[in-house]
Design a protein around this ligand. Structure first.
Ligand code: UD1
Ligand code: CA
Length: 463
């Protein structure tokens, strides 16, 4: 193996006019990640397998600042293509980073679903060959067509706009993924001309050059149509999104998750699952989500950066964001857990309850219509309907502390900073602004009055 067995160039300089967006095309989100992240992930995997230490070279042009900001942490090298004169010119822009040894794999930044397994089959091509990943498409419109001779040998690629009617009928297309002997690359690129319908330097013209130079050329068909899909417009972006979602749903099914409908799940991040997890329809999982054994997620829930431990249930229409839900806990329906929420074992948080930056100890319950912010709530505490922690004085946030086994009567306001002792009872409708002692009853309430025989005012008769 040479010291640079495999190098990768990713083409991402195109503007993506057809997206009609101010965001560079390769930053459009797919599965919650910019398109280009998917391409970088597969190229990293392939480089690793090939034992190559060469970092991928990203050719950028439009929106360079946005791109570099979005990929600040990406382990790649950057080449600037000053004006977008075609895919051949784009690869030429990367040449200063390319060593003339081993092979160069060219990937398009707008083809995000390519799998490492498919690239592996391409890499099986002979070392000295120019290998093209091709695909047979029912509708090949827009793609470059693969021209083969009577013996089935690849002779050239012709672009849609340069093709004859006869060539347009060919269904085998160039996926845009080429594997090129590195020592030949600079020479071929130097001979490209813009003598074509688009007046561009086509990378694809090196195929005919290779044939003329006696370099073996192989076309290797990809297994699936979906994974080679290039994204040029929003319709194709939507198609790829669905395809990616199907792929992720299949993976979860294989891992033993019950999905009520695999077509109605969206994963926009990384999900890890235990055994016998069940997910109902229209659930969105974002960021890092961990679902323990036997977790059930009801319909229409959003879980973002969430850990849900074994046996917990997230009931329909709940949002769990930056929170941990302990074993056996029940959340929702219609609950909102915000960042910093930690629910211990068997906690219940019910409908229209919002919890932020708060800890609820084992067995605590807040079943209806509450706001619990910046609070530490003890074990088995019952938080009555309508209880509000008044955590914000207009300038600062303050904490509320509630001891184990306390009972907070409905519609109480707990004005923080405040603490309620263990086993304390707060009478319904109280406004608590000072410490409520452990074990006792504390309430603030105007005395109730009754006036017997009270006459309601009457309207004066019209004059
Ligand atoms: C290209 C191929 C076509 C193939 C198709 C697969 C050429 C000439 N054509 O066509 O055979 O079927 O991909 O999807 O190669 N780019 C640059 N700089 C440029 C031009 C393009 O970086 O000057 C980048 C784009 O950002 C994109 C990729 O190269 O990521 C492909 O360019 P695009 O214009 O989309 O090529 P297609 O017309 O799709
Ligand atoms: Ca394209």
């Amino acid at each position: 193996m040479s010291s640079t067995p495999l190098q990768i160039v990713i083409l991402a300089a195109g503007q993506g006019k057809r997206m009609r967006s101010s965001l560079p095309k390769v930053l459009q989100p797919l599965g919650g990640q910019p398109l280009i992240r998917h391409v970088l992930a597969v190229s990293d995997a392939v480089l690793r397998e090939a034992g190559s230490a060469a970092r991928p070279v990203l050719v950028y042009g439009h929106g360079g600042d946005q791109l570099q900001a979005a990929l600040a942490d990406a382990d790649c090298r950057w080449s600037h293509q000053a004006s977008q004169r075609g895919t051949g010119d784009a690869v030429a822009a990367a040449l200063p980073h390319i060593e003339p040894a081993g092979r160069v794999l060219v990937l398009c930044g707008d083809v995000p679903l390519l799998r490492a397994a498919t690239l592996r089959t391409l890499l099986h091509a002979p070392q000295d060959a120019l290998a093209i990943l091709t695909a047979m498409l029912d509708d090949p419109t827009g793609y470059g067509r693969i021209l083969r001779d009577a013996h089935g040998e690849v002779r050239a690629i012709v672009e849609q706009r340069d093709a004859t009617a006869e060539q347009l009928a060919l269904q085998e297309v160039n996926t845009g993924t080429l594997l090129i002997p590195a020592e030949r690359l600079a020479g071929w690129l130097g001979r490209l001309t813009a003598d074509n319908a688009q007046g561009e330097l086509y990378l694809t013209d090196i195929v005919a050059m290779a044939v003329a130079d006696g370099v073996p050329v192989v076309g290797i068909p990809a297994a699936g149509e979906a994974e080679i899909m290039g994204i040029n417009d929003r319709a194709q972006l939507a198609c790829c999104e669905r395809e990616l979602q199907r792929r992720q749903a299949r993976r979860l099914l294989q891992e033993g998750v019950t999905l009520r409908d695999p077509e109605r799940l969206d994963v926009r991040g990384d999900v890890s699952v235990g055994r016998d997890v069940e997910i109902d329809v229209n659930v969105i999982l974002e960021g890092r989500v961990e679902l323990g054994d036997g977790v059930r997620v009801g319909a229409h829930c959003i879980l973002r950066d969430a850990i849900v431990e074994a046996g917990a249930r997230i009931e329909p229409f709940s949002l769990v964001d930056g929170a941990r839900v302990g074993p056996g806990a029940v959340v929702g329906p219609y609950a909102r857990l915000r960042p910093g929420t930690e629910l211990a074992a068997d906690v219940h948080v019910g409908n229209f309850v919002e919890v932020k930056n708060s800890r609820l100890a084992p067995g605590a319950k807040a079943n209806h219509l509450s706001y619990l912010g910046d609070a530490d709530i003890g074990a088995r505490v019952n938080v009555g309907a309508g209880t509000i922690t008044c955590n914000y004085d207009g300038a600062n946030k303050h904490r509320t502390t509630i001891g184990d086994d306390a009972f907070i009567g409905s519609n109480s306001s707990l004005v923080a900073p405040v603490s309620i002792g263990a086993g304390a009872t707060i009478g319904a409708g109280s406004v608590i602004s000072r410490e409520a002692p452990a074990g006792g009853l504390t309430l603030t309430r105007a005395p109730q009055k009754s006036i017997p025989g009270w006459q309601r005012p009457r309207k004066k008769p019209a004059q």
